[in-house]
Design a protein. Structure first.
Length: 501
């Protein structure tokens, strides 16, 4: 789909856009196959699926690195383009430069190996056996080191891989934010634990998965998720994927913890609402694509934490919870249950809002050392457990609830984890700006009216696609430079009030 102004632009720009859109469509087709593999594909389908995804990765790489693509890109760059189209060319140039440096054979090999690694990760997790998965991790680390070396042989491999997920933030800036979170949150968590507030924990029964699935469906309806552009399924590791026409979500259930499923569902809704908010008329080009995983995560964490874990949310929502689960919980009790601190929790996706970041820092440090060769793959369980004890005061009993709990390394997604904390920080800054701009926002949330917030996020974040770099987008939306200050202030105020400090 060409931009609306294409008739006034140079032919080379239109040619470039047409070629780039074709690459996008191939990548999106591969995304549907990936969704299918994680959600509904029979277990025996992996050998064929790995070949299919490898072929699509190779085809996309061919389109992006062809001589005709390069020629159209150079000619478009030489033209006098408006700011909007200049941003499109900037984004395509960055993607082309990285793709052109990596051999097609390596791209295909990485795709095939990640597809093959997924069922092995599932088996290893079920068997609590890191050694079963370790050879796949060794292979993927080696392939990703090769990939990083092709792109920039002089750079830190982790920095190169991090830029796949967050292209416009320096790793140095990301590390500074992680350090600030560690410095600010650890004493706050210690103070809250010492306070020992007796928050409500009303969900102490067993809640069948069918009831929780019905609650997840009702939750999505309540938030405004469109049935004609998405669907809800379950997956071992919840995720969202798709386009502005088809953004699907998954969640998972623990029969003893319905609050966890609520958080997971709202989180993935946040991802989907960003995807669905991207301009449809720009589908296929950078203006119709998400800015990056830090921004994507800001949308999921904004909805999960600033909306879904707020007192106002439960004023309107608790009736749905009681109806679907057969409970009789007050809004205040549900709010407290959603904001319990669990410093001894082992699972990242079940972590509370504060200790969550210790889980991220742990993973960041481990995968950085894996890539540098300072940490051997076989030693991951030991180092993981040591860091869990150091940062959270708890040691996993098994690999399944320890170093095997996340799917990311099966995808070869080394460098991904920092974006979770970066997104949480960004979410606080964006929500603070939305509070300033939207009169009665908290009253709207209490009434179950999310239209104004949807519109604000679409106007200030979603509709821009990749027009702005990450820091520029935050500045455009909030008027301030991207920093962790809003998150730290929010966390201190919210939890000091909850725990009576």
């Amino acid at each position: 789909m060409a931009t609306q102004e294409s008739e006034t632009l140079p032919d080379a720009y239109d040619d470039l856009l047409s070629r780039y859109e074709r690459a996008t469509y191939i990548g999106d087709a591969a995304g549907v196959l990936s969704w299918d593999q994680e959600v509904v594909m029979p277990e025996g389908g992996t050998p064929a699926r790995s070949k299919q995804t490898s072929a699509l990765s190779g085809a996309r790489h061919d389109v992006l690195t062809s001589d005709a693509f390069a020629a159209a890109l150079e000619e478009a760059e030489a033209a006098d383009l408006p700011d909007r189209e200049t941003a499109v060319v900037r984004e395509i140039r960055r993607e082309y430069d990285r793709a052109a440096k990596v051999p097609k054979e390596l791209v295909e090999r990485i795709s095939e190996e990640t597809s093959n690694a997924l069922p092995v990760w599932k088996e290893a997790k079920a068997e609590d056996d890191w050694s079963h998965f370790a050879p796949k991790v060794e292979t993927l680390l080696d392939l990703k080191r090769q990939y990083a070396e092709h792109i920039d042989p002089d750079a830190d491999p982790y920095e190169v891989l991090f830029a796949d997920y967050e292209p416009w933030l320096d790793l140095e800036q990301a590390e500074a934010i992680l350090e600030q979170l560690r410095d600010e949150l650890v004493p706050l968590i210690d103070e809250l634990n010492d306070a020992g507030a007796d928050l409500a924990a009303p969900f102490d029964g067993t809640y069948p998965e069918d009831d929780q699935f019905a609650l997840a469906e009702s939750t999505l309806d309540y938030l405004g998720y469109p049935d004609d552009h998405g669907r809800l399924d379950t997956a071992p590791h919840p995720f969202s994927s798709g386009t502005q026409f088809d953004a699907r979500v998954t969640t998972r259930f623990d029969e003893s913890d319905p609050v966890g499923a609520i958080g997971s569902t709202v989180h993935e809704f946040g991802h989907a609402t960003y995807t669905l908010g991207l301009p449809r008329e720009e589908y296929g080009n950078p203006l119709g694509q998400n800015r990056g995983l830090s921004v994507h995560e800001s949308q999921s964490r904004l909805w999960e934490n600033h909306v879904g874990r707020s007192r106002e949310f439960y004023d309107g929502y608790v009736g749905i919870v009681n109806e679907e689960l057969g409970t009789d919980v007050s809004a205040r009790e549900a709010y407290e249950a959603a904001n319990q601190l669990y410093p001894d929790n082992l699972i990242r996706v079940e972590a509370d809002e504060l200790t969550y970041h210790m889980h991220i820092i742990l993973r960041f440090e481990i995968e950085r050392d894996l890539l540098s060769g300072e940490l051997a793959v076989e030693d991951v369980p030991q180092v993981w457990n040591e860091k869990m004890e150091e940062y959270l005061g708890v040691t996993p009993d098994t690999d399944g609830v320890g170093c095997l709990q996340d799917i990311h390394w099966a995808h070869g997604s080394f460098g991904y984890f920092p974006t979770y904390s970066l997104g949480s920080v960004m979410a606080a800054q964006l929500f603070e700006a939305a509070e300033d701009d939207i009169d009665g926002l908290h009253d709207d949330i209490a009434a179950g009216d999310f239209d104004a917030l949807h519109e604000w996020l679409t106007e200030n974040v979603h509709r821009h696609g990749r027009r702005y770099r990450t820091n520029e987008l935050v500045r455009e939306a909030t008027g301030e430079d991207f920093s962790a200050d809003a998150f730290v202030e929010y966390a201190n105020a919210k939890f000091s009030d909850l725990y009576g400090l």
